[in-house]
Write a protein that binds this ligand. Sequence first.
Ligand SMILES: Nc1nc2c(ncn2[C@@H]2O[C@H](COP(=O)(O)OP(=O)(O)OP(=O)(O)O)[C@@H](O)[C@H]2O)c(=O)[nH]1
Length: 316
Amino acid sequence: MNDTSETKKPSWWRRLSDGLKRTSSSIGTALAEFVSKRKLDRAMLEEIEDVLLRADLGTDVSARIAAAVGEGRYDKMISASDVKAIVAAEVEKVLAPVAQPLVIDGDHKPFVILMVGVNGSGKTTTIGKLAARLSGEGRKVMMAAGDTFRAAAIEQLKVWGERTGTPVVAGAQGSDAASLAFNALTQAKAEGRDVLLIDTAGRLQNRAELMSELEKVVRVIRKVDASAPHAVLLVLDATVGQNALSQVEAFSRTAGVTGLVMTKLDGTARGGILVALAEKHKIPVHFIGVGEGVEDLSPFTAADFAKAIAGTDNAS
Ligand SMILES: Nc1nc2c(ncn2[C@@H]2O[C@H](COP(=O)(O)OP(=O)(O)OP(=O)(O)O)[C@@H](O)[C@H]2O)c(=O)[nH]1
């Protein structure tokens, strides 16, 4: 009869809230040190703002939340859970416009997804997780090991291919990424694949070279399908903090990013970076990674993320 017991809660909520625990508990612990110990005043609002800044929510959002907490509450006692509820509500407002599912329309066969991002962002792992998700939805998926620079990336993708039963088009290390993408798209088309996921190199050492390689990949796949790529997903590692903002700028300029995936939110106490990013760039966020397992890539939803980061319980 106990439908609301912990065990009955959806496991995705558990994964999300566990994944964001480092951020939510650092906010919660910091708030508990001063909130509810005295009446609310300007100094307390500044302290609240600082706590949020330390979680990387960004100056604008942090100031807005502090102002919302202050509204009508001066000289009154306030609890940490009151503050958390306001954090969740304000964060949800920022995230709601960017929380958009990745729509794979049937008009393109295959629907070509170019995956971009710097080395180590979790790009290859995310492609594997996406392949698992999309084929689990009944789509015929193919992957292209377009990070031809690193043998390990090619091998890693092949492992994901075996794990998910998805064919991987790969060349030798050092082979031309654009021609590999061309071949993969030609093959995916011939085989009637629904989705082609293309991995790309992410060397940051030479940004100009990296960006021109990306442009070349796009140019070449357009020879097979003039409308491709149909999505360009930028994979961002949450643990790099503010650096994520400049990565969005760089990749948006050259690769025409259409959506974001943020990984490793479980590895940082500063998961608020996603909120700062939503506020600043307003690019759709499709998925978030909260762990290394295949099921740890979840579609991004504003209300759940907001509650998980604020450390309030999930009412649903
Ligand atoms: N904790 C955690 N680890 C993750 C997540 N996503 C990816 N990783 C790990 O991050 C590491 C780097 O991931 P890769 O997929 O190799 O990164 P990449 O961007 O493809 O890097 P290169 O292959 O070097 O280009 C791996 O050990 C992954 O298991 C996540 O959401 N949470």
